[in-house]
Design a protein. Sequence first.
Length: 169
Amino acid sequence: MPAQPPEYLNIGQILAPRGVQGEVKVSVTTDFPERFRPRLVVYLGPEHAPYTIKAVRWFKQWALLKFKEVNDQESAEALRGLAVDIPLAEAVPLEEGEYYEHQIIGLQAWTEEGRFLGEVTDILATGSADVYVLSNQGKELLIPALKQVVLKIDLHEGRMLVRLMEGLE
């Protein structure tokens, strides 16, 4: 079975302060950037301290956030490097066949023939498709997250059924 789901879901990472009014530049890690909106309470860092978004602007691929609780560059600097999280209960519901990372990490991968390949320990984001990192007795196997390779994901059983393409082993 996969590990207990986390209480929080990461949606960004604070990169740096921007300007002198306490704004911060955020690398967005969610597929739903529209969730960055005024009055949204996000939770920063390992302590999950609550901060309320006062304003949002976009600059290239980054969100520029102004928090109600931060009014100067020095306070914004203290937030550098912190994760921006939301409670898991506020996660956007996904379509059938779509999963959050925490749902995939920890799954056991098996072939159609019943051979254990390993446990999903990481997910690599690539240009075309994610790649699942399977670990088994100190060895790693990389498999693409494609429908023709990952045939079935059963969250209840904590398993994924895999058809290995030639050359993957």
